[in-house]
Design a protein around this ligand. Sequence first.
Ligand code: ATP
Length: 199
Amino acid sequence: MYLKSIEMQGFKSFANKTILQFHDGITGVVGPNGSGKSNVGDAVRWVLGEQSAKQLRGGNMQDVIFSGTETRKPLGYASVAITLDNSDHKLNVDFEEVTVTRRLYRSGESEYLMNGASCRLKDINELFYDTGIGKEGYSIIGQGQIDKILSGKPEERRELFDEAAGIVKFKRRKAVTEKKLAEEQQNLVRVNDILSELT
Ligand code: ATP
């Protein structure tokens, strides 16, 4: 699996539709200060479901929408799509190629799409569990992140190893099941209370 392309429109400094295509090997993005290099990384974080505007270097989420320049009006929405080659089926779907799209309108309305079909953020998170690609994955290493990992708590560091070992999805499922069990336990207590009132 590898990143084949990123398509951005109305996202931060990328007002026009911009498509970046990637091939085997290493790709370097170069350009003068302020030309939008970091915005490319932000676009990938954002499409993978980043919910924190701060992580995207903004004050609120609408800040990712192109805000205009002296010569150009602001735009009404931001859209980012990434396409991954899935010929090795590392992503647990039948498609050879997977395109994930996120759009946000100034009204606050937003949508996620997977290969063109509308989906929930939860579906995208589940698609990328244990691949290292998700928002919490290690495929995007931001500035200062290595320091944070090295000086972080052992439990936080452990999360990275869990992701690499491929056990995150089992831990999430266990947490959901434990929550359901606790709820059922409460229901049983209530049923027993009612029964003892009736007898
Ligand atoms: P450096 O080399 O200094 O780190 P960079 O190439 O990584 O710079 P970025 O930080 O990606 O640059 O881009 C910053 C540019 O993006 C600024 O010119 C800023 O005005 C522009 N920008 C950020 N958000 C928006 C937005 N919503 N609308 C229009 N332009 C934006």
